[in-house]
Design a protein around this ligand. Structure first.
Ligand code: GLV
Ligand code: MN
Ligand code: MN
Length: 405
C-alpha cells in the first residue's frame, strides 16, 4: 500500500468536524481505531504483531529474540485538536519505508520492528510519552496507576475499558535489550528546514522540558454582590503568573506556556474558588529552565499572597536535555549526505519525543520532514506530500544502511 493510500486511510480517524483537528486520546475509541489500523498494516505485511505490557504496539520482521534490532516508528495519538502529522507521519513512513526496501530487494541482517508508542502526547492523563516512559522505568507502575483524566477515570480503568490489562504495566528491560537502535521520523515543529531549503534533516538534541501544575485556591462568591476588597479571587494571581511566564521566558531565551486551565465552579457569575493551571516550559539547558520556572513560581506566590489566595505547585513531569547519540546521528548524516550529494542539516528541537525518552536506554536518532509554516499541535500543521515521500526514501536509506547488507 502506498504512502498516499495509508495516509488517506488514517486521515478521517478521530478528526473533529468542528475544528478539523484530531482528538486521538489514549484508550479512547479514536485511539482504538488507530491501533486497529496499525495491527492491520502489520498483519497485511506478514509482520509479527504484538502489544507490550505498556500498551505499545510492535510489528516485527525477523526474530525479535535475535537482538540488536533496528526499530522505527512514532505515535498515533494527538493533542486536543492536533494536526494530522505529529506522530502518524512517522508510523505511516515506517511502513512505507519497509515497502520501499522490500521493493529494492533489500536483505535484512538485523531484525526490524515498527512501533506505535502509546499516549505520547499525554493529552488525557497529563504525562507525555507515558508508553515509552513506563518501558524505560521513567514512569513507575505505581505513578501510572494514580493518573486520572478530567472525568476522574483512572489510567487502569481506561486501559481495561479498551481491552488491555493494566496489571502488567511496568519497566520492560528485556524488550529494551533487544533494540540496537531506534530511529523516529517526525514532522518538523519549526521552520529550520523551510529556511534552509531542505526536505529532510537529522536531529541533534531536544531541549529539557517539564510540566508543572499550579493550584490557586481562593473563595467562591457572588460576582455581582462581593465588594472587590472582600474578594479572594484566584484568577488574579493566575493572570499575573501568565504574564510572569512570558517575562521570565523572554529574559532567558526559553519558552513557557500556560495552555490548559480548569476553573471551579466555572460559572460566569461566580468568583472562582479554584484555578488549576498547567505550565509547560522548555529551555536550551537545565539551569536556564530551572531559573525560568523558579522565577514564575516566585512571582505567582507573591501575587497569590497579595490577593489572599493559596498556591500549591507540583511538578508533573520532567525530561532532561537529550543529546542524541553522536555515533548514530553521524551515521544517519553520512548515509543521507552520500545519497543527496550534499550535507543534510542537523537541528535541535524544543518538542518532546519517544526517541528522547528511549535515548536513556538505547541509541536513538530522529529525522525531521519540512513543515513550511512550522505550525504544530494545531489543525494547520502541514507537510507537502512530495516532502513526505522524500522522508520515506530517507528513512528507507537509513534503515537499509543500518539493518541490511
Ligand atoms: C510533544 O509533542 C511535546 O513536545 O509536548
Ligand atoms: Mn506532539
Ligand atoms: Mn510527536
Amino acid at each position: 500500500m502506498s504512502f498516499h493510500s495509508m495516509w488517506a486511510e488514517l486521515l478521517p480517524v478521530g478528526r473533529s468536524s468542528a475544528s478539523g483537528g484530531y482528538r486521538r486520546f489514549a484508550w479512547t475509541g479514536a485511539d482504538a481505531d488507530c491501533r486497529a489500523w496499525f495491527k492491520d498494516q502489520a498483519e497485511s505485511r506478514g509482520l509479527a504483531y504484538e502489544v507490550d505490557r505498556n500498551g505499545n504496539q510492535w510489528a516485527w520482521l525477523g526474530d525479535p529474540a535475535a537482538g540488536d534490532a533496528v526499530v522505527t516508528g512514532s505515535h498515533l495519538d494527538s493533542v486536543p485538536d492536533g494536526g494530522a502529522f505529529d506522530g502518524p507521519l512517522g508510523v505511516v513512513s515506517s511502513f512505507a519505508a519497509l515497502d520501499e526496501l522490500r521493493g529494492r530487494g533489500a536483505r535484512f541482517t538485523r531484525p526490524l520492528a515498527i512501533a506505535n508508542f502509546g499516549d505520547e502526547e499525554g493529552a488525557r492523563f497529563g504525562i507525555a510519552c507515558a508508553g515509552s516512559r513506563l518501558t524505560t522505568g521513567q514512569l513507575t507502575a505505581e505513578q501510572a496507576h494514580r493518573l486520572t483524566d478530567a472525568d476522574g477515570v483512572t489510567l487502569p480503568q481506561a486501559m481495561e475499558r479498551a481491552g488491555y490489562d493494566p496489571s502488567r504495566l511496568g519497566p520492560d528491560p528485556e524488550r529494551l535489550a533487544r533494540i540496537g537502535a531506534f530511529v523516529e521520523l517526525h514532522v518538523e515543529q519549526g521552520r529550520a528546514l523551510d529556511l534552509s531549503g531542505d526536505a529532510v534533516g537529522v536531529a541533534s538534541a531536544i531541549w529539557p522540558h517539564g510540566r508543572w501544575r499550579f493550584d490557586f485556591r481562593g473563595e467562591a462568591n457572588h460576582a455581582g454582590t462581593t465588594r472587590l476588597v472582600d474578594r479572594r479571587d484566584p484568577m488574579l494571581p493566575y493572570a499575573e503568573a501568565v504574564l510572569a511566564a512570558r517575562g521570565e521566558a523572554e529574559r532567558a531565551g526559553a519558552v513557557a506556556t500556560f495552555g490548559k486551565i480548569s476553573v471551579e465552579p466555572n460559572g460566569v457569575n461566580a468568583i472562582p474558588s479554584l484555578v488549576r493551571a498547567w505550565l509547560d516550559s522548555r529551555a536550551p539547558d537545565e539551569p536556564t529552565l530551572d531559573t525560568v520556572v523558579t522565577g514564575i513560581e516566585k512571582a505567582a506566590r507573591g501575587h497569590a499572597a497579595t490577593y489572599g489566595v493559596e498556591l500549591a505547585v507540583s511538578r508533573e513531569s520532567f525530561t532532561p536535555v537529550v543529546e542524541f547519540e553522536h555515533a548514530l546521528r553521524d551515521e544517519l548524516t553520512r548515509i543521507l549526505g552520500e545519497k543527496a550529494g550534499r550535507p543534510v542539516p542537523v537541528l535541535g528541537t524544543g518538542a518532546g519525543h519517544d526517541a528522547g525518552i528511549l535515548s536513556a536506554a538505547v541509541p536513538t536518532a530522529m529525522l525531521f520532514v519540512r513543515n513550511p509554516t512550522g505550525v504544530s499541535h494545531s489543525p494547520a500543521e502541514f507537510a507537502a506530500e512530495d516532502d513526505c515521500v522524500t522522508g520515506v526514501t530517507a528513512l528507507a536509506d537509513v534503515l537499509e544502511g543500518l539493518a541490511c547488507k
